[in-house]
Design a protein around this ligand. Structure first.
Ligand code: FE2
Length: 203
């Protein structure tokens, strides 16, 4: 080793040029390596058409769940009145639960070889949940808006459960039934109870 360095005085420099630098290369640009809607093939023993259909169904539910999550945070911040504290806490709890679902759904799309909808501007194009006003609504209107979001999601989830059962996508089917459907159903109940017109004290 020492001998070869002596016979080639530039050996050290040559070896240095082969060494990778740890300097980060900023401002890189690249082409899309997988377009939205295109599928990769992963060895999960599930056909292309079944995986594609599941990804399309999941992305619709994912976009709606991201919007519902944002609505929960919006109302967690903007809610007001005598039930402020209780609703402030409940709406944040539901937001956290929706966030967990969002991650499960997004990772299921990737598992199937698809591309999960993620950027909020893309999400806004895909969702079917109506846009709220930018300002503050009355509390019952806020709660009704959340219930509407849940029902839109639940309707899509039921349809997706049926379709994924037909093509044998058990992983998606189980996720939708065990996690997405049950969580949305339970959250619907908790929100709906705040829209019952019952006096706190009887006279
Ligand atoms: Fe908060």
């Amino acid at each position: 080793m020492a001998k070869s360095t002596q016979s080639d005085p530039f050996a050290a420099e040559r070896s240095d040029t082969k060494r990778k630098s740890s300097q980060p290369l900023f401002h890189q640009h690249g082409v899309e390596v997988q377009r939205f809607g295109e599928m990769r093939l992963l060895p999960i023993a599930l056909g292309h058409d079944a995986r594609l259909e599941s990804c399309q169904l999941l992305n619709g539910i994912l976009a709606d769940s991201m919007i519902l999550y944002s609505l929960y945070k919006k109302h967690h911040w903007l809610v007001r009145g005598p039930t402020f504290y209780q609703l402030h806490l409940l709406l944040d709890k539901h937001a956290e639960e929706q966030l967990k679902l969002i991650d499960l759904i997004g990772e299921r799309v990737q598992t199937l070889g698809g591309v999960a909808v993620a950027d909020p501007r893309h999400v806004a194009e895909v969702t079917t949940i109506p846009r709220p006003p930018n300002g503050v609504e009355e509390v019952p209107a806020m709660l009704s808006r959340l219930l509407q979001g849940h029902e839109i999601i639940i309707e899509k989830v039921r349809e997706a459960i049926e379709k994924t059962a037909k093509v044998g996508d058990d992983g998606t089917n189980d996720l939708l039934m065990s996690d997405v459907l049950r969580t949305n159903g339970l959250q619907t109940w908790f929100i709906a109870e705040h829209l019952v017109d019952i006096p706190l004290v009887r006279v």
